[in-house]
Design a protein around this ligand. Structure first.
Ligand code: SF4
Ligand code: SF4
Ligand SMILES: [Zn+2]
Length: 365
């Protein structure tokens, strides 16, 4: 059982890698914040990625995300993807892709066109779910955050493999049964220019009348890029899925190593557009229920924020599974998930769902 270095509390819901309880993190004490920075520098070091967003003299500035790296020759940005190679930053293509039969277990599948048929016939091929069709899942090996609980941490290995897929070749994978593409990872943000190019080609050469473009992201991209991503999804019937990891800035920094300011700004921006296409929903949110850290108070604050923008935005609460640096925490308990769902509904949200329910159990709570 781990303990908090600052208040001496001990609990199975304190992660050893963090060494701090949620209360002390949210207290915002500068000593605690300094400790959290050290924790992230150490875990980053283990993966071989830059410990902090670089600010190299004579480097090239990358404006793709909130980290604003300045990258010297031969060095990489915080995300690992943006390598300065002979005075040019690589634009991406470090990915793996696969077909996922529809309906998938996408985070927005419970509300999207592929599964529910909403938006038929403009955005869905069938009224009752696109059985027999498939999603092209594009997993980018890079990310702008450093989540200690990363459930897809394999990107940290893939980022160094330097196998690139050209955007046209990726678009060529859209076949006569592909009705949606989902860009995720890692996160699509560091390789967004590659993704947008692939979308353009894919729309030109698609074989079916419908090809929805969806994104699963932490939302940290530059706002002008967010506008371009949303525009593609708006036109094609796709959904932009934002993972809102914590409302409290301190907790967000503790869990992800990075501020949540850009994510919430971008979410508000897209929120202003959701009335332009109600079905299928243009925007959806999700939050991982990390035991001991992301509890009712956090979910209430996030749900209130979403509801103030639009009460119809779908919100998924995802069960946590011990992973990456937070292996010593238990999975999310059933009670925790139920409490959080009630809290989200109480803020006025009309569509709240618990995802990954197979992981829920009667754990310490
Ligand atoms: S995309 Fe990568 S290199 Fe660019 S600012 Fe963000 S973390 Fe840095
Ligand atoms: S990629 Fe989009 S349309 Fe396809 S299953 Fe996932 S959420 Fe639904
Ligand atoms: Zn404490």
């Amino acid at each position: 059982m781990a303990g908090c270095l600052f208040c001496s509390k001990s609990s199975p819901l304190i992660a050893e890698a963090l060494g701090v309880c949620a209360g002390c993190i949210k207290g915002g004490d500068s000593e605690v914040l300094g400790h959290l920075r050290t924790v992230h520098r150490a875990t980053r070091g283990l993966s071989g990625l830059p410990e902090e967003p670089p600010r190299d003299e004579e480097g090239i500035r990358c404006g793709l995300c909130v980290n604003g790296c300045v990258i010297g020759e031969g060095r990489r940005g915080y995300c690992g993807a943006r390598l300065n190679n002979e005075d040019r930053l690589l634009e991406g293509g470090n990915l793996t892709w696969y077909y996922d039969g529809l309906p998938t277990n996408c985070v927005a599948a419970w509300v999207c066109a592929a599964t529910t048929g909403c938006g038929y016939p403009q955005y869905a091929l069938k009224r009752d779910g696109e059985w027999g069709y498939r999603n092209l899942a594009v997993f980018y090996n890079s990310c702008t955050f450093d989540c200690l609980f990363c459930q897809n941490w394999q990107w940290k290995k893939g980022v160094f493999e330097q196998r690139y897929t050209r955007s046209d070749d990726l678009a060529g994978c859209v076949d006569e049964r592909t009705s949606c593409i989902c860009f995720f990872g890692g996160d699509p943000t560091p390789q967004i220019l590659h993704a947008l190019r692939a979308c353009e080609t894919a729309q030109r050469i698609k074989r079916l009348p419908i090809l929805r473009i969806c994104w699963e992201t932490n939302g940290s991209m530059a706002t002008e890029l967010c506008v371009r991503m949303v525009d593609v999804s708006l036109r094609t019937g796709g959904t932009v899925k934002f993972d809102l990891k914590a409302y409290s800035e301190e907790l967000h920094v503790a869990l992800t190593g990075v501020t949540n300011s850009r994510t919430f700004e971008n979410f508000s921006h897209i929120g202003g557009l959701v009335k332009r296409r109600r079905e299928p929903p243009l925007l959806a949110a999700s939050t991982l229920l990390v035991p001991g850290y992301v509890d009712t108070e956090e979910i209430e604050a996030i749900a209130r924020f979403i509801a103030e923008i639009d009460q119809n935005i779908p919100y998924s609460l995802l069960a946590f599974y011990p992973s990456h640096h937070l292996k010593d925490l238990p999975p999310t308990s059933r009670k925790h998930a139920e409490r959080c769902k009630r809290a989200a509904l109480a803020q006025g949200l009309k569509r709240v769902n618990v995802g990954n329910t197979h992981l829920l159990g009667d754990y310490y709570d």
